[in-house]
Design a protein around this ligand. Sequence first.
Ligand SMILES: [Zn+2]
Length: 88
Amino acid sequence: MVKLKPCPFCGGKAEIREYSQGHSGNGDYTARYKCGCDKCKIFFDKESLFRLVDGQPKFEKNGFEDATNAWNNRPEIENSDAEQEGRE
Ligand SMILES: [Zn+2]
């Protein structure tokens, strides 16, 4: 699974969830993802667009990855001067 950075405001655990699905009628499916902190009500909201090929989703846009990347690459808030990047 994807590792999410903690919330920059409360330090709590971030979550990603799918909250809507649909399809456009021509074989394309959509799904929306929210990645962020429930407590602080901050989210990145991204959409997936894909079609099924042999039962597997073939992504045009991957909202899950977009949302997690957006969250993990957001500008850092300065609350720990000692923290360095790239030390996962
Ligand atoms: Zn928070």
